[in-house]
Write a protein that binds this ligand. Sequence first.
Ligand code: S3P
Length: 175
Amino acid sequence: MRPVILIGYMGSGKTTVGKCLAERKKIEFLDTDAMIEEQEGKTISDIFDQMGEESFRDMETALIQRLVEEQRSDVVLSVGGGLPVRKENRVLLKKLGTVIYLMASKETIIERVSGSENRPLLRDGSLDEKVEHMLKLRSPLYEEAADIRIDTNGKTADELADEITAVKVSAGVKK
Ligand code: S3P
């Protein structure tokens, strides 16, 4: 099976849904944030603080590039919310697998990310304004990167895993 890649804004449920999907299909689950944290031996917040956002973005690109080169299969991959912002990364994601955009409303996102401490981009200022601004900026890029879009509002991880499986089959994405 080609890799299933979950993209979407912070709090769209990529990690929770991804784990659930991988468990059901009995395949590996990978998460770019977790892989980068392990590689650097630092939290995402520390990487942003000590090395800057641009270095983090370079690490994301290098990681996706490596996964493409390795021709990975049978894996569910959740990617950081900002990864599809670079054009280069959107091209790499398409090469890597089937890209699924988990859409969530501003209200759902705010509810899910409130209290999160390892999201440096949401640390200061008004959460409402930041989420609104980033959603406006990023939604068209997520749309461009995606093969399949799924509305996550009001749905559980189990329901979403079911929906992804059903939609993939009806879209003819079987490999
Ligand atoms: C980011 C999203 C985060 C993480 C970093 C930056 C973003 O991942 O990569 O804090 O720019 O949206 P999640 O989407 O998994 O929270």
